[in-house]
Design a protein around this ligand. Sequence first.
Ligand SMILES: CC(C)(COP(=O)(O)OP(=O)(O)OC[C@H]1O[C@@H](n2cnc3c(N)ncnc32)[C@H](O)[C@@H]1OP(=O)(O)O)[C@@H](O)C(=O)NCCC(=O)NCCS
Length: 168
Amino acid sequence: MLRGRAVTLRPVTDADVPALSAIRAAPEVRRWWRGGDDLAASVRADLADDALTVYAVEHDGRLVGAIQWYAETDPDYRHASLDVFLDPAVRGSGLGGDAIRTLVRHLVDEYGHHRFTIDPAAANTAAIRAYAKVGFRPVGIMRRYERGADGRWHDALLMDLLAEDLSG
Ligand SMILES: CC(C)(COP(=O)(O)OP(=O)(O)OC[C@H]1O[C@@H](n2cnc3c(N)ncnc32)[C@H](O)[C@@H]1OP(=O)(O)O)[C@@H](O)C(=O)NCCC(=O)NCCS
């Protein structure tokens, strides 16, 4: 259990699958976080992925989203990659930043990670601003990085954060 200012991160369980699938189904989330037609299967696949650690994000005792990370295992390129989504009902109230800071602090303190990456769609300006507020900096555009619902390839922005850059 990791405690932030207003969020708590706890290990996700199978019982969270319906609620997380419902959040992922919201158009504001689905636009940026795809997963095929069966979102419950997509959430379950993330839970079953040994390389991935998924936390449920809770606020006021309620499940409001998830945050996950995986590590680059080559010791010479060691870093952790993050991803997060929140219920649109709580967007823009600082919970995303709170969840990221809380997880990053944990990964620095418990795992000794020194560098973090995140790769929002280049058009996802809200996420890019939220990540910049935490201390992430743009590295560069990854061209035609991910396929969108329209079947086309879209650019993403690679951002990175060093442990000492963490703000707030
Ligand atoms: C991206 C996300 C996790 C950010 O979490 P959040 O709690 O909404 O963000 P925060 O409130 O911590 O972020 C603060 C900053 O983000 C920006 N921001 C947040 N929501 C915004 C919105 N709807 N429109 C524009 N900017 C927004 C603002 O700059 C804000 O700072 P300000 O309030 O001082 O202006 C969340 O919005 C989300 O789940 N989005 C949908 C899924 C998604 O895009 N996931 C990321 C995939 S990489």
